[in-house]
Design a protein around this ligand. Structure first.
Ligand code: SF4
Length: 238
């Protein structure tokens, strides 16, 4: 008897491979939820998942697999630059936000916040997926689509608790316009998986990923403290 993809997915959910990215929750149409956000913060299947949807969820789940060699060849081509901690790169620099308010309100110089605000002001994006704290439950994180500089600054600073940004995937798909996306590695890996398989969304298409900006900072709290990469990438909507 062949193993169904929903059973494969459940195995990842129960294992240390699950990074709580929120992808399966976001794409499940309410059938999968995080039941214990102040505890183990694991996705739990609440109602039956049709096979076709399970196939999509399994394909999208970044916990099961990530093709690092393919990622490297797509985003970094033949660059000879390689750092033992962060992998391949085109250029490494040090910087900070020139705007003093941005610099003071953000962390680590405010580069991500400054880039997002600049992109908005130049009309290169219409919104940015960023991580805020929940208004209703301020001890939890809440991913939002920020469309103003003030909303971007409101989400500034690192969040040293679990976040599941990809719960926002339906809202990202419904958003009219171009989005920047800020996420931790496991969350970004989902968008890359989808870029390659194009299984559920058509908004992240390989040829239209305009830029991938990576800053080594932060921790992937959901798995274990380790060096992580915060990435901003710019998919273009059709
Ligand atoms: S999609 Fe994300 S949250 Fe769901 S099982 Fe996979 S790694 Fe965990």
């Amino acid at each position: 008897m062949s193993v169904k993809n929903i059973d494969r997915l459940k195995k990842v959910m129960r294992s240390h491979l699950c990074n709580r990215c929120g992808t399966c929750v976001g794409l499940s149409e309410g059938r999968i939820v995080f039941t214990d956000r102040t505890g183990d913060y694991r996705p739990v299947v609440q109602s039956e998942i049709p096979d076709a949807l399970a196939d999509t969820l399994w394909e999208a789940c970044p916990g099961k697999h990530f093709d690092f060699p393919r990622y490297r060849s797509v985003f970094y081509g033949q660059t000879p630059n390689f750092h033992e901690f962060i992998g391949p790169f085109y250029q490494i620099g040090i910087g900070y936000a020139h705007n003093s308010e941005t610099r003071l309100r953000a962390a680590s110089g405010g580069i991500i916040s400054a880039i997002l605000i600049w992109l908005l002001q130049k009309n290169l994006i219409d919104g940015a997926v960023v991580l805020n704290m929940s208004e209703q439950e301020p001890w939890l994180t809440q991913a939002v689509i920020a469309t103003t500089a003030e909303e971007i600054l409101a989400a500034a600073q690192s969040k040293y608790i679990i976040s599941s940004v990809n719960e926002l995937l339906p809202e990202m798909q419904a958003f009219k316009g171009r989005l920047a996306y800020v996420g931790l590695p496991g969350q970004v890996h989902q968008t890359f998986n989808k870029t390659l398989v194009m299984c559920a969304f058509d908004f992240v298409v390989l040829g239209n990923v305009k830029m991938c900006h990576a800053v080594p900072m932060g921790f992937n709290i959901a798995v274990s403290p380790r060096i992580a990469v915060l990435v901003v990438c710019f998919p273009v909507f059709h």
